[in-house]
Design a protein around this ligand. Structure first.
Ligand code: SF4
Length: 335
């Protein structure tokens, strides 16, 4: 069992996990809310370390990341457990599992890097489940990946502690964070969390210069209110920057834990979210259409062409020198 970092002894004698904003106080032989960090023999242990699931190469656009190495493949994986309790999670089965409830073979950090290289990937993505809860495993992989010339990506709910962020940011090249709503009541009810820590972390990540993109799943009746989306898009434009790519994406009720409570978002709701984002001043809004191109903000020339073939995106770049091929302005795409 792998010894965890990110904890200390609290005043009441319990051990407090300092990895995410829940700051669980855990008693002997019990686990934290994520179910994969447990006190064993007086120490906090990471039960998910090395137990990677759903490893595969995929287009980086699938994460989604649209302004980071478009057209390349990334080696994606996750582990069981999650620090959110979302009923509508894309990976409900694994996110609700404790490590000991799922039979997953051990994959060393070095093997993950080898797998990525063999598959011709240029990056590794901790993306199939919330990476915060397996931060020790992710950190070992990120160090090895950086030394091997690969880039490191997280796809996260943004609920990590500042301690966790300070540990990962030096190794992180790009991150996509789910900002699901601006309403604290929504975060409490649907995610079992709070919105303010997510907003604080978004500001912190942006200030530290890591490539950042934001995704908002549009859920009818829950997160499609124009007034809320105006606040959300306004937050991105004002507190982060108008150049941050924003992905309002459709919600698929068939994978929901409670489909009756979560009707599908529709094309009109997505188009409306896109308009709200652009009206808020966001320069790059990608609202899940079949053709989601990036164009130069100055002259309108196409920089990246993206097409979704059976839901699988492919990208063609025209900004090979890092500049618009027409007006020569700096491209927003990062490598
Ligand atoms: S990672 Fe978060 S949810 Fe899991 S034990 Fe630590 S504080 Fe609790």
């Amino acid at each position: 069992m792998h010894a965890a970092g990110f904890y200390h002894e609290a005043s009441d004698g319990t051990l407090q996990c300092d990895l995410c904003r829940h700051y669980c106080r855990i008693r002997p032989d019990r686990s934290g809310l994520c179910r994969v960090r447990r006190i064993v023999d007086g120490r906090l242990c990471s039960l998910s370390f090395g137990h990677a699931l759903a490893q595969t190469g995929e287009p980086v656009e699938q994460l989604p990341l649209y302004h980071f190495k478009p057209g390349t493949s990334t080696w994606a994986f996750g582990t069981p457990g999650c620090n959110f309790t979302s009923a509508d999670c894309l990976n409900l089965e694994s996110s609700r599992s404790g490590r000991d409830e799922v039979d997953i073979p051990f994959t060393s950090p070095g093997q993950i890097v080898e797998n990525a290289i063999k598959a011709g990937c240029s990056s590794i993505s901790c993306s199939r489940s919330e990476p915060t809860i397996f931060a020790e495993y992710a950190l070992e992989i990120m160090r090895l990946a950086r030394n091997a010339g690969l880039r490191n990506i997280w796809v996260s709910n943004g609920y990590m502690s500042t301690n966790c962020l300070d540990a990962i940011l030096p190794w992180l090249d790009a991150i996509n964070i789910d900002l699901r709503s601006m309403d604290d009541a929504y975060y409490r009810r649907i995610c079992g969390a709070r919105v303010e820590p997510v907003l604080e972390n978004l500001r912190y990540i942006y200030a530290n210069g890591v490539h950042l993109e934001i995704t908002t799943p549009i859920t009818a009746g829950h997160s499609d209110s124009p007034a809320m989306l105006e606040r959300l898009a306004g937050f991105i434009a004002r507190d982060l920057g108008p150049e941050i790519p924003w992905h309002p994406i459709p919600f698929h009720p068939r994978i929901s834990g409670k489909p009756e409570e979560s009707p599908a978002s529709n094309a009109a709701a997505l188009a409306s979210a896109g308009t709200i984002g652009r009206n808020a001043g966001l320069l790059y809004v990608y609202s899940g259409t079949a053709q989601d191109d990036t164009v130069c903000r100055y002259c309108g020339k196409k920089l990246v062409s993206r097409r979704k073939m059976l839901g699988h995106p492919s990208a063609v770049r025209y900004d090979a020198t890092g500049a618009c091929p027409s007006c020569k302005a700096l491209s927003p795409i990062k490598d």
